[in-house]
Design a protein around this ligand. Structure first.
Ligand SMILES: Nc1ncnc2c1ncn2[C@@H]1O[C@H](COP(=O)(O)OP(=O)(O)OP(=O)(O)O)[C@@H](O)[C@H]1O
Ligand SMILES: O=C(O)[C@H](O)[C@@H](O)[C@H](O)[C@H](O)CO
Length: 167
């Protein structure tokens, strides 16, 4: 039987790393940060304040998909952080052998901009936030996923996702 991969998605600063860490600890599953799968060129681009294109994101998403499948083949459920902004990007991840369930951390640009402004030591410049929102396509009703509001505490968000999984 296929394992489950929870992909914690959303724009930069929506809380993906924070929530995914807690979820992975709660479930006892390994976690992967999609940022660690980006080629150097993508990180350099974002650091320079240039948004990634579909072509930049294609190979990155496929590498991540293959990691999810490899874990699944070993019988291992996973938690992954990935912006997964567009449906076509999520389609790539859905190509993994696991059941891929998305958790969209949804918040207004205002709330997330405030969080980015007070975060330090991260390569992603707050100036890219508008381009992240421009690219974002929220989950469709037909997509396997849960949308949660980022104004809840990380613990509450995790409670909600775990409850959803047990359904
Ligand atoms: N639910 C929350 N409530 C309040 N603050 C939060 C919440 N989740 C995350 N934060 C804070 O918001 C900031 C952004 O969170 P985090 O780095 O986890 O986001 P991210 O989506 O992983 O970002 P990126 O995609 O840029 O790596 C951090 O300073 C984090 O501590
Ligand atoms: O698709 C993208 O544009 C990227 O994945 C970005 O979203 C960042 O890598 C991530 O959010 C870290 O700040």
């Amino acid at each position: 039987m296929a394992t489950t991969c929870l992909v914690v998605m959303g724009v930069s600063g929506s809380g993906k790393s924070t929530v995914a860490r807690l979820l992975a600890d709660r479930l006892g599953w390994p976690m992967a940060e999609a940022d660690e799968f980006h080629p150097e060129a993508n990180i350099a681009k974002m650091t320079a304040g240039i948004p990634l294109t579909d072509a930049d994101r294609g190979p990155w998403l496929r590498t991540l998909r293959d990691w999810i499948s490899k874990q699944d083949k070993a019988g291992q459920g996973t938690v992954v952080t990935c912006s997964a902004l567009k449906r076509e990007y999520r389609d790539v991840l859905r190509g993994a052998s696991a059941r891929v369930h998305f958790v969209h951390l949804h918040g207004t640009q205002e709330v997330i901009a405030e969080r980015l402004a007070s975060r330090s030591g991260h390569f992603m410049p707050p100036s890219l936030l508008a381009s992240q929102f421009a690219a974002l396509e929220p989950l469709g009703a037909d997509e396997d996923g849960t949308t949660v509001d980022v104004t809840a505490t990380p613990d509450r968000i995790v409670d909600r996702v775990v409850a959803e999984l047990e359904h």
